[in-house]
Design a protein around this ligand. Sequence first.
Ligand code: SER
Length: 627
Amino acid sequence: MTSKFIRQAYLRHMQKRDHALIGRASLVLQNDPTTLFTGSGMQPLLPYLLGESHPQGQRLANSQICLRTQDIDEVGDNSHTTCFEMLGNWSLGDYFKKDQLTWFFNFLVDDLKLDVNRLYVTCFRGDDKYSLKKDFTSAHILQGLYQARGLEAKIVDLISADQASQSGMQDGRIFYYNDDENWWSRGGGIDKTPLGDPAGGDCEFFFDFGNEYHNQDKYGLPHPASDSGRFLEIGNSVFMEYQKTETGFQSLKSKNVDFGGGLERLVAASLNQPDIFKTDLLLPMIEKLSYLSQLDYANQPTSFRIIADHWRAATWLALDGVIPSNKEQGYVMRRLIRRAQLQASKLGVKISLSDILTPLICQVYTEAYPEFEKQHTGLIEVLKKEEQVFQRTLKAGLRQFEKLTQKKLLTGQSLFVLYDTYGFPKELSLEEAHRQDITLEDNLLDKFNQLMIQQRQRSQTIEIGSYKGGLADHQPMTIKYHTATHLMYKALKLTLGSEVTQRGSNITTERLRFDFSHKTKVTPEQIAQIEDTVNQQIEADWKITWEIVDTQKALAEGVLGAFGDKYGDKVKVYTVGDPQGKHYSREICGGPHVQRTSQLSEDGRRFKIIKEESSSAGVRRIKAVLK
Ligand code: SER
């Protein structure tokens, strides 16, 4: 039974129950600045769970690739990954507990043929502080479902995972736990529910792999929510009926269902295989690594798992247009790639992971996600480039590490220098110190953090105005792209009309990305005109300077700013040209910029727009390079 079969079976199962199949969202959500990545299937549906009507109706289902980087340190055991595929269905104020629990229960037993004796379920036990009721309804529906399969299911109140590890399961089948286990919001338990977010109690299904996977010395008595490895959570039905307010929770207009089930885990349960890395989604990579390293996966599973998980995550990120950098999504991607590379070198695998693993990942996913086929070569290119960058960084960094730790001591200062000057990741210095038995200075991390703060203060010469950190770093290329962004913003206004307004900007060493309000597609002729305008300004060799100005005065003079930004009384204004005389543009900005526009054409570079697309309703996105 393969992942393909289960994905299809589930989507068909929901389709038969009148669900519209909706496409997956990108791993990087354009309009949700609250998180870096799509971490669950519900995230792109947030407005609809809060009451907006969805164009495809009240019953939706899909399969969503998710990335949860908070799990990065847990990768290495047999069931955690950063990247996973979540099968999901939603009721937006339509069906509720009875249908949801029945459909999923039947899917497990009838479609996946899971042994009902191996299934356990947990429900929300309520919370007095917020007057949230115990979920008797779900527990009784579940009891009926077991009964229909000839099994008497006892309901037991386990309260918390801690207490359960002492009391054990008491022959129960359905268990109540508190909000640590059976409440879901994007932030976690009840008190961590983000203000304004939807949330609710949930019912979680667990598959029992057998007591031989339970380590009693470490985990106490077995119970479903224990981390011991005997039970694996394979589906979570959240009954999203509340919204977090300042004082507690209010009922949402409609009672929603938000279901998510990890595909890898469902496959593992259906194979009775507790190691998800042995499912067909990940096994090809494990086998390849084992072949290349001539090492047995069973002997050192951790390295194999980290490589397979991280490489898959990085490949998905590349597919969704993320490029390794030092900031935000790009930084996480860089970290995943580098961690995987380090583990690969531990296994003695010297060949590029892009060459050996990315094609396997494409093979696994192409049928369900045809975009893999189209971008196959591009993906390998992006990943490989970063592998090479890291190889160089690593070599230089290690040399410095040796120099800085000659006295067998790693100080906070050295850790900072390695990171700041040589781009050698903090984690790697620490790992290397551990490996070489090098002593760590007391409060090493505090010192490191202190230096980081000081450095940040130094680079932000002035704290006025709106520097919204769209810049990945302050390397020369990034600064050039920052200046190019100013030139382009003005060119957009000149070409498309003065109502064009900045909606977002993101700059790396590789390219600029700029979002702006504009209703229609920018035509090829307009693109050519924008490019020409920018290139002419580069050739004109304008001088760039900044000054501090009264905000009102600046705005009255037509100085450009980003829509929706809040400015203080005074702002920093960058001018391309002479602020008092002839100039091309003036913009509120925190900097930094190059001194003269001709610096953008060093090495014969020209400004070129490489992509123009819709970003959201009424907002266009342009990516451009200096090539
Ligand atoms: N949002 C819930 C989860 O991520 C169910 O989809 O577990």
